[in-house]
Design a protein around this ligand. Structure first.
Ligand SMILES: Nc1ncnc2c1ncn2[C@@H]1O[C@H](COP(=O)(O)OP(=O)(O)OP(=O)(O)O)[C@@H](O)[C@H]1O
Ligand SMILES: [Mg+2]
Length: 362
């Protein structure tokens, strides 16, 4: 997947900018608040996902305009396509001149984004890591998103019921029904998460080894708060049901469901130590980056196309050898990197540099 041309109009502080990116590394440098992240964001929107920095579309339109227009030529699956996106009253996608709904457009252009907000993957609690894995699986298997929604709904129902059980013991029959549903969806969620993390960790292992010049090892493992074991979906289902049954007394006292995949975490360890608690700034950034690039590698294994990597402000806090890996060793990918200090990209061997100044490209 390669962007061959990009034109941005009235998007945030960018009134009009055109670039012809390199098929490898593209560096966008400039002082703070010039529009570097805005440019990456404009490319990201062609994935038809929400923006990685704001949820409101009207924030994306330049203050002095009523419509933002983005056009991009990109090559994928051995053909070149033209994509056009207008953001005004809603979003309008055109693919080679044909109107598409956002859902139809999704999957046509693939990208992964890494921005400083993604450091939460390492620094924050289990929710962020579960969300990362759940979103990644949902994009590959839309049925998974439906199972997850059903699971969460069933957990909520059980939680409501737990509070009423104290006064109404006849509700135990209904509890059985919800636990059965929870176990059914939980078995699918656990199985898919384990499968995804196994695959992801093969890639992150290799990427992190590259970033750290072979000096450190990153391991990523599924960490179940209460171990629900089983090799098959049936075994997981039976075991999950047993766990729910066993935790009833405790859960009635607490008023919530204490077992199940909604409580699980993903352990991210560098040389055997949890990155959240023991990782240095550079190690945490490297680990989050490896997870994002690993996510792209998994997408490639499913789709046969390498997503475009959008790396916002990734260079800061990394030493020269780590920067060098990012600039010169991410092979066969198109990468867009933003940075303030152009000296951080002195080591760039092949690629293009663009200066962003007050919303204009030089
Ligand atoms: N809808 C909008 N219309 C006009 N300007 C906007 C709009 N939205 C954001 N901006 C402006 O865009 C400017 C540049 O934002 P951007 O985040 O791209 O900067 P940056 O070059 O990445 O800076 P940094 O190096 O600090 O990350 C901000 O100063 C912001 O005020
Ligand atoms: Mg920025």
């Amino acid at each position: 997947m390669k962007v061959t041309e990009l034109e941005v109009r009235n998007f945030r502080n960018i009134k009009n900018a055109e670039i012809e990116p390199h098929s490898g590394v593209n560096v966008i440098f400039g002082e703070n608040a010039q529009g570097k992240t805005n440019l990456l964001e404009s490319i990201w929107l062609f994935t038809a996902c929400r923006s990685f920095r704001s949820s409101k579309d009207n924030e994306l339109i330049n203050f002095n305009s009523t419509k933002a227009e983005l056009s991009m030529d990109f090559s994928a699956w051995d053909r070149v396509q033209q994509a056009h996106l207008e953001i005004g009253e809603g979003r309008k996608f055109l693919l080679s001149g044909i109107k598409k709904s956002p859902t139809q457009f999704m999957g046509e252009f693939l990208a992964v984004v890494f921005s400083p907000v993604h450091l939460s993957l390492i620094k924050e609690g289990p929710y962020e890591r579960r969300r990362f894995v759940d979103t990644a699986i949902s994009q590959l298997k839309p049925k998974y998103a439906a199972s997850l929604a059903q699971y969460n709904k069933a957990i909520q129902q059980r939680n409501v019921l737990l509070k009423d059980l104290v006064y109404h013991s006849e509700l135990y029959d209904i509890l059985d029904v919800w636990e059965d549903r929870i176990a059914f969806f939980a078995s699918e969620i656990i199985r898919q998460r384990i499968g995804y993390i196994n695959k992801l960790s093969q890639y992150t292992d290799e990427i992190y080894r590259g970033i750290s010049s072979g000096k450190e090892k990153l391991s990523i493992n599924y960490n179940q708060q209460t171990v629900v074991w089983g090799d098959s979906r049936e075994e997981l289902y039976e075991n999950m049901k047993a766990q729910l049954f066993a935790s009833r007394k405790n859960d009635i006292i607490c008023g919530y469901t204490s077992v199940g995949p909604h409580r699980d975490d993903i352990n991210v360890e560098i040389d055997g130590l949890i990155a959240k608690s023991f990782g240095s700034q550079g190690q945490q950034r490297s680990a989050a980056l490896a997870m994002k690039l690993g996510e792209a590698a998994v997408v490639k294994s499913f789709s046969d196309e390498q997503p475009v990597a959008l790396l916002d402000d990734v260079m800061s806090e990394l030493d020269k050898s780590r920067q060098n890996y990012i600039l010169n060793h991410i092979k066969d990918w198109q990468v867009f990197i933003t940075c303030c200090d152009p000296s951080a990209v002195e080591g760039l061997k092949t690629g293009k540099k663009f200066e962003m100044k007050n919303g204009k490209i030089y």
